[in-house]
Design a protein around this ligand. Structure first.
Ligand code: NAD
Length: 428
């Protein structure tokens, strides 16, 4: 098939590269010329394991990028993977996606064959019916050959390519059998090499499934953090407790690692968006509000543990890890942000190290001393906070002896407790 993918960010680039790898002809469209040029050089505009290999292989062979929507009518199916950020009040901001939906409609106004426009972006349940489908139809002058569907994406940054190629489930949210069949044709090459559950439903249910999925996972982590904080108060190891809890099939052993909390581009905005959408209906989503509140508290708990040992006024504190999780350069809603803010507001000077996310963070906090290695960041420091569990941090050892006062607060359980350093686990 010929597929056009609009938006070449984390999701769009991964989806475009993977569809090309699976044998489809793919045109990736983005308004950002730099992104398009980078893609056409066979390079990845974002840092994702395995993505650049796919692009190197497929650009010029089944995959090309452009800023023009001209390829849209030539394709059989169009996927929209545009950002859906939060408004100030947490509700979903559909401005960019609506503009792209309308432009897609305009490109399809004259198309005489049926064409499926698939929303890949995460959108609240009524967004397709109330905003996005009308935008496509408006652009297309009500061309009846155009149908809009939903195919939520469940990949995780840091393992996006592998997640896309090995999904647990693929959700087709459509209004007709024709659209379901089209989506199935798109995913057939993937499903031939990897077994996954297929869910056939309507667009609103597909949209809600994505929010329910993320809300469940974020709430599971917040619950584990709440229980972990209680463990810490009792002097217990939350990891030992949760290892036993995870033996219960109904709970599963996944997502039981307590720590400094969740961040990234999805959980925070998606939980807030579904809270705002629920409130608009008059419903008070009390548990989801607590999910957010507990997450907001975890960085403060790290600081509390640190100040038990170090006076922050004029202290030199090291932050290890800046990306919101390992194997990505994405710092959106990283827990490092509230941690650095709190350190600076309490008078500390901050040095920081991250293997890939330093440039990103430097635009946000230019007055932090960013170093090339963890050892450089730790040398002479009065305390250290471990915020992201990059693999290399678990090898740190003698580096802590170079600190002025070796106090380490570990928010991710990746440092080994040993004699000679004051070690505080966040929930253990
Ligand atoms: P992103 O911000 O990384 O990328 C969006 C891209 O769209 C940018 O490159 C931007 O230049 C481009 N764009 C904006 N307006 C455009 C237009 N009118 N025409 C063409 N291109 C345009 O976003 P993302 O992280 O890839 O997320 C996209 C959607 O997927 C969001 O709704 C998000 O919630 C959802 N999602 C993200 C992830 C993730 O891990 N990042 C996972 C699952 C779902």
């Amino acid at each position: 098939m010929h597929i056009s993918v609009i938006g070449s960010g984390y999701v769009g680039t991964t989806v475009a590269a993977c569809f090309a790898e699976l044998g489809h002809e793919v045109t990736a469209i983005d308004i950002d010329e730099d992104v398009v040029n980078t893609l056409n050089e066979g390079k990845a505009p974002i840092d994702e394991p395995g993505l650049e290999d796919l692009l190197e292989k497929r650009v010029g062979d089944r995959l090309e990028a452009t800023t023009s929507y001209d390829a849209v009518p030539e394709s059989d199916v169009t996927f929209l993977a545009i950002g859906t950020p939060s408004n100030e009040d947490g509700s979903i901001d559909l401005t960019a996606l609506e503009a792209a939906a309308e432009a897609t409609g305009e490109a399809l106004a004259e198309k005489s064959e049926r064409h499926l426009v698939v929303i890949k972006s995460t959108v609240t349940p009524m967004s397709i019916e109330n905003v996005l489908e009308p935008a496509v139809k408006r652009g297309a002058n009500d061309n009846e050959n155009i149908e809009v569907g939903m195919n939520p994406e469940f990949l995780r940054e840091g393992s996006a390519v592998s997640d896309f190629m090995h999904p647990d489930k693929v959700v087709y949210g459509t209004r007709s059998e024709w659209a379901t069949e089209r989506l199935h044709e798109v995913f057939e090459p993937l499903l031939e090499q990897h077994e996954a559950d297929i869910v056939e439903t309507d667009p609103a249910t597909a949209s809600m499934t994505k929010y329910a999925n993320n809300a469940f996972l974020a709430s599971k982590i917040s619950l584990v953090n709440d229980l972990g904080n209680i463990c810490k108060e009792f002097g217990l190891d939350a990891y030992e407790v949760m290892e036993a809890v995870g033996l219960d099939d109904r709970i599963s052993e996944q997502f039981l690692r307590s720590g400094v909390g969740w961040g990234g581009s999805c959980f925070p905005k998606d939980v807030n968006a579904i809270i705002a959408a629920a409130r608009e209906t008059g419903y008070d989503p009390a548990l989801l509000e607590a999910t957010v509140e507990i997450n907001d508290r975890q960085p403060d708990r790290m600081l509390d543990l640190l100040t038990n040992h170090v006076d922050l006024e004029d202290a030199h504190i090291t932050v290890l890890g800046l990306s919101f999780k390992p194997n990505t350069d994405d710092i959106r809603n990283s827990r490092a942000i509230p941690v650095i803010e709190a350190l600076q507001s309490q008078g500390a000077t901050v040095s920081a190290y991250d293997p890939v996310a330093t440039d990103e963070m430097a635009t946000k906090f230019p007055d932090v001393n960013y170093t090339e290695t963890a050892a450089d960041a730790l040398r002479g420091a009065d305390g250290a906070l471990v915020v992201t569990d990059w693999d290399e941090f678990s090898d740190l050892d003698a580096e802590f002896d170079e600190m002025a006062t070796p106090v380490v607060v570990d928010g991710r359980r990746c440092i080994t407790r040993r004699e000679g350093i004051v070690y505080e686990g966040l929930t253990w």
